[in-house]
Design a protein around this ligand. Structure first.
Ligand code: NAP
Length: 322
């Protein structure tokens, strides 16, 4: 991918650091002239893409985007009826879309194991969009804090169990849909000492940001672990998109920012692009089809030692070795 000119780089830095400009639809439109090219229609024909959280918002838009590129898409969520609604909506504009609806609660490690054991076809990509912002501390079926289980442990287990299926593709991609909110939660000793958020007053927004940071750390580690299998791993952030999740979890923000929120398709664009674009490398954190810094401020740089500790904790909590 060619490097943008110094002027474009300066504008990009301004957009990234201002938050409002970069994350809203304003940034989306400003960036259009220098956005790397879109994959060819049909470029995923004959390949299968899994999208979690596909019944709503960015997951649904990612499923539609992958289907538009010709992929067979497996839509994952907790409720069959909501997934069927999403599949029907996608088929209204893509009548020949090859869509499969699969119920699986990704926070439940037993459910993830059971569902993964049914997958026998080669896989090209997994897009992890399933997301929540719990109002109070609650726990998954295995007793893990729910945001951690949903955003980190279930996806980690799914990636590991489906590794043989991804390896068969030869150019497979894993995309973690993280959040710009992760900038508010650097990987501190406090976070690493208490990933299950057992101590201190629980705050759902904070739990969300912490686990979105952990997704970025997991993506970096998996990139190193899976590279030898021809699997690249990416984290991305969608900016601020108008989705049912944002309206339900952040109603005041959604109401005030409504005129400048991105559409779900704009928010999902980079996730879909990462499933098909050539030369995307591995282990980066993306927004609007460009790698971005993982730290908002230079001195917040993630320590390798803390990343090692939390990687080991999450793998072990997901029931994986080391
Ligand atoms: N929208 C934004 O501006 C924004 C910004 C930054 C990051 N994100 C990230 O983008 C992702 C999607 O967010 P969204 O705004 O599209 O939210 P959304 O409209 O609420 O969609 C969330 C999806 O996740 C699914 N889900 C939740 N828990 C699940 C579980 N345990 N197992 C399987 N599926 C589960 C929901 O399906 P069911 O309830 O039907 O199971 C739903 O399809 C999230 O990871 C979020 O952190 C969004």
């Amino acid at each position: 991918m060619p490097l943008p000119s110094p002027l474009v780089r300066a504008v990009e830095t301004l957009l990234d650091k201002s938050l409002v400009l970069g994350y809203s639809s304003i940034g989306w439109y400003i960036r259009q002239p220098w956005l790397p090219p879109s994959p060819e229609p049909g470029s995923l024909t004959g390949r299968t893409v899994i999208v979690t959280g596909a019944s709503s918002g960015l997951g649904r838009a990612s499923a539609a985007g992958a289907a538009q590129l010709g992929a067979r898409v497996r839509l994952i969520g907790r409720t069959a009826a909501r997934l069927e609604d999403a599949a029907r909506a996608i088929r209204r504009s893509l009548p020949h879309a090859d869509l499969v609806v699969d119920v699986c609660d990704v926070s439940d490690l037993d459910a993830v194991r059971a569902w993964c054991s049914t997958i026998e076809e080669p896989l090209h990509a997994i897009v992890h969009s399933a997301g929540i912002m719990p109002p109070e501390r609650s726990e998954s079926a295995q007793g893990h804090e729910l945001a951690l289980a949903t955003h980190v442990l279930g996806p980690l287990l799914m990636n590991d169990l489906l590794r043989p299926r991804l390896r068969e593709d030869g150019d497979a991609r894993i995309v973690w849909i993280s959040s710009g909110g992760m900038y508010a939660a650097p990987l501190t000793e406090g976070l690493v000492a208490d990933p299950e958020y057992r101590h201190g007053e629980y705050n759902g927004t904070r739990a969300y940001a912490r686990t979105k940071r952990l997704q970025v750390v997991m993506a970096q580690r998996e990139a190193r672990q899976l590279g030898g299998d021809g699997i690249t791993v990416h984290a991305m952030h969608p900016g601020w998109a108008d989705t049912p999740g944002v309206t339900a979890s952040l109603p005041r923000f959604a109401a005030v920012a409504k005129p400048i929120l991105r559409t779900a398709e704009q928010g999902a664009d980079t996730a879909v692009w990462l499933t098909a674009a050539p030369e995307v490398g591995t282990g980066d954190f993306w927004q609007d089809r460009r790698p971005r810094s993982t730290d908002f401020l230079p001195w917040q740089h993630t320590s390798r030692e803390l990343a090692d500790v939390v990687w080991r904790y999450c793998r072990s909590a997901a029931g994986l070795d080391g």
